[in-house]
Design a protein around this ligand. Structure first.
Ligand SMILES: Nc1nc2c(ncn2[C@@H]2O[C@H](COP(=O)(O)OP(=O)(O)OP(=O)(O)O)[C@@H](O)[C@H]2O)c(=O)[nH]1
Ligand SMILES: [Mg+2]
Length: 454
């Protein structure tokens, strides 16, 4: 369900992030102290008195004429759109600094939507000072509210006041699915995110390297919340990268690790390159539920044959992809975006599959018993039983009389048979482990670690 959205605006250094940290009560990931890193609108989920809402950090607006960094028009365009679609806007100014030229510029834009704006004077660190905030009336946005984001003074009152009259959305117990969008620069990751949201929230341009930092953006459908993480495109030379590029790569890697589902974007009009394979390998190594979205399908003649040929080509290049969904579509023309969302939910569910121990043992008897692993000397190894010990990815342990010498080929064989027997596990890795089972000792009869015994 769509949550009320509160946009926080203000020039650099007035304490927007401190206020967000105070409300959300978690420290957001450190950001490198280099100007121009965050150029998109980051959103975080927040809650107050049992109701949830979304906080949007505007970052980077200047609304000035001079010294405008690259893409500044586009950045401000994003913020203006967000300003109009937000349910409330908190405009932060700095008590200790007084009114700054840049504050005047922002205030001018905000006066158009004054009825949903609250002027917030931050860094009022003691109550006595609150009496002196009247100077800020000059901004023409009504009565200022004094707070100290770092000390927490006034924040509760501010929240009560801001949320008053807004639609109330109860905090749901169902977790949002975190989806990392990764790929080479210019694949259309940011475009895809904007298309899914039906609103421009992150910067898009034909320059490669537009996205520099990972950006969290929330999205909700009728029955599921998502946090999409737009990431900086991964370039070839990761190893010797410095500064912004080094940092961007690192943050993309973190985004993968912290996600529930990874979506790798390829360019359908280009096909799969060496660098794409490395990126797919990263997703595979992370063992997260994952799928491929071949974007820019609008540039091609969209026949079923072409789609089949493309999928075939990908699987020839990387046979592992047989176990993962590959979709074709377009951010630009909004083709197959609904399918993308439902497949994200599907692979996430598949990653959580739990197979009952009794079913697993039926599988061993019916399928595997005829083809047991063997030692290097050619002796048969006996599999006594198996059990699933984990999810995301599904993790199976098989108990055998001897673990030495089981070939990698056998792991692959077993994985293939598991997939054939149990509905494919499409979209997730599987982990397989062999443990030694001492048949002579009495205690070993108990099946350890079975999920349903936990
Ligand atoms: N024809 C077509 N062009 C697209 C599509 N998606 C994105 N583009 C274009 O591709 C270019 C790059 O798009 P971005 O969304 O900025 O790509 P990105 O992957 O976020 O790039 P980085 O942030 O640099 O890693 C822009 O010029 C987009 O307009 C699509 O589905 N079809
Ligand atoms: Mg981008």
């Amino acid at each position: 369900m769509k949550k009320p959205r509160i946009l926080i605006m203000g020039r650099p250094n007035v304490g927007k992030s401190s206020l967000i940290n105070r409300i959300v009560k978690t420290r957001r990931a450190i950001t490198l102290d280099e100007e121009g890193i965050t150029r998109d609108l980051v959103s975080v989920a927040a809650q107050w008195k049992g109701h949830s809402f979304e906080l949007l950090d505007s970052g980077g607006v200047l609304f000035n004429r001079k010294n405008r960094p690259e893409l500044q028009d586009e950045i401000e365009g994003l913020v203006l759109t967000a300003m109009h679609s937000a349910d409330r806007v908190l405009f932060l100014v700095d008590y200790q600094h007084g009114i700054h030229d840049l504050d005047m510029g922002i205030a001018k834009q905000l006066r158009v939507i004054a009825d949903k704006v609250t002027l917030v004077v931050n860094k009022v660190d003691d109550k006595a000072s609150a009496a002196y905030i009247s100077d800020f009336y000059k901004l023409g946005l009504g009565e200022p509210v004094a707070i100290s984001a770092t000390n927490g003074i006034g924040v509760n009152v501010l929240l009560d006041r801001t949320l008053k009259g807004l639609k109330r959305v109860k905090v749901s117990d169902k977790e949002a699915i975190r989806v990392a969008l990764i790929g080479r620069p210019n694949m259309g990751k940011s475009s895809l995110l904007n298309a899914l949201l039906n609103q421009d929230r992150v910067l898009v341009s034909e320059l490669s390297g537009t996205t520099r930092d990972s950006v969290d953006v929330m999205m909700s459908t009728q029955d599921q919340d998502f946090v999409f993480v737009d990431t900086a495109g991964l370039r070839r030379k990761g190893k010797h990268a410095q500064g912004v590029e080094y940092y961007s790569n690192l943050r993309t890697q973190q985004a993968i690790e912290h996600s529930d589902v990874v979506v790798v974007l390829l360019d359908a009009s280009v096909g799969i390159l060496g660098q794409d394979k490395k990126i797919i390998q990263k997703a595979l190594d992370a063992k997260k539920p994952f799928l491929i979205f071949m974007n820019k399908w609008d540039l091609l003649e969209r026949t079923d044959q072409l789609r089949k040929d493309m999928l075939h080509m990908l699987k020839v290049e990387m046979p592992m992809l047989d176990h993962f969904p590959i979709l074709v579509g377009s951010a630009k023309e909004k083709i197959h975006l609904g399918q993308l969302i439902s497949t994200i939910v599907d692979v996430y569910k598949v990653g959580q599959t739990r197979i009952h121990t009794s079913e697993l043992n039926q599988f061993i008897q019916q399928v595997i018993a005829q083809y047991p692993p063997s030692t290097r000397r050619g002796n048969r190894i006996r599999i006594y039983y198996g059990t699933q010990v984990g999810i995301l990815p599904p993790h199976f342990v098989f108990f055998v009389n001897q673990t030495d010498g089981i070939a990698q080929d056998y792991y692959r064989f077993l994985e293939r048979k598991l997939r054939e027997y149990f509905n494919g596990f499409l979209g997730t890795a599987i982990e397989i482990q062999f443990n030694h089972h001492r048949s002579s000792s009495g205690s070993a009869k108990k099946k350890p670690g079975a999920l349903e015994d936990a």
